[in-house]
Design a binder for this molecule. Sequence first.
Ligand code: HEM
Length: 402
Amino acid sequence: MDGADLRFDINEIGRDFIDDPYPTLARLRRESPVHENADGSVFLTRYADVQKVYQSRDMLSDKTVEFGKKFGKCPLHTHHTTSLVFNDPPKHTVVRKLLAGAFTPRKLAEFDPLIDRIVDRLLDRVEDMGSFDMIDDFAKVLPTEIISFMLGVPEDIRPQLRGYSLAILGALDPVVPQERLDAGNAAVTEFSAVLNDLIDRRRANPDGAAQGEVLEALIFGEHDGVRLSQDELIQNCIFLLNAGHETTTSLVGNAVGTLLDNPGEHRRLIDDPDLITTAVEEFLRVESPLQIGNRLAGDDIELTDRVLPKGTYVHTSIAAANRDPAQFDDPDRADLGRKPNRQIAFITGIHVCLGATLARIEGRIAIGKLVSRFPRLAQAGERERLPLARFRGFTRLPVSVR
Ligand code: HEM
């Protein structure tokens, strides 16, 4: 796009942007860092601006009005306005406090042996297969198992989770065809019924199972005398199940894509497995699984070259911020030993990803063991990308390990 007129509107992006957004993002960051879209919203691409928005208490997450215009009154609207990620304090604070105890580093360390066992079992299986799909046969299984364990979701329901999450999260993309809205609404309705049953059963048997500590905290916990309603419970559980596996699946899939595209860095990680900690941060930076966020200005806010007035709807390009040359040397290069690396794939501020520590643990164990055990890992067919701008990942990534 260099040399041509800079014509960009987040509400009119197409497949070329989804396939490779980075050249467009680089040009926006240079020439139009606070870029106005036809509907009056702005698209931010500089690290400093994106950070400032996430740090500001005046930038709001509640999208009841915007999503009213986008979805109308429907199950998708109920879902995307009821979970903590789209709530502001004090509603947000209640759910965040109820969940906090289950996500401390000490609590999460208890999952290490289970994660090890699941990854070893998966690696045994794919070794027997020889060639397999990195997403379906490996990347999505671990995070789905772990978040399902945390919420006590029975095994027979687990295979449906990725379909639900892609349908529900896919409706958040800037451009959404009607079929995707229909699929999203159907998914919220079906998933809500499943969770309604699960919650009712758990309410009736509070001490009934070893699994499901997070569900228990949400049902029985209270903060400042407030308990969640059945609707809040259902929508927060749907959000947690989606957030808990979708982006981590993409972290692992994108990491494998990055290694296959950068054989020198792949070799470096095989030769020095201790690089896995900085490598995971770099995978999160160069191919951020959640690429675009949104906030509503609850007050005026001063950014790079202007003041945005209260009421402005803001799109934050996490993907562009994570490749900003003002923050990262040689930002388009994957350097698995990069230090410092203040990537913001999990954002910052009060909505900072609650599952960041868990995602890092899952990523390090899954990618670390895969790379050490199969040094001959290679691509074995065409990759297929998720057809989404907000979430970056693959639907298919065929590989071989022999
Ligand atoms: C690589 C994997 C992951 C990435 C890149 C990621 C990214 C993010 C981002 C960017 C947000 C902020 C959204 C916003 O406010 O606009 C977020 C929020 C959240 N994430 Fe994650 N996430 C990941 C994994 C997980 C996991 C494994 C869990 C749970 C087990 C999780 C649970 C949450 C929750 C509960 C929130 C809402 C926090 C709040 O609103 O206070 N995430 N995540």
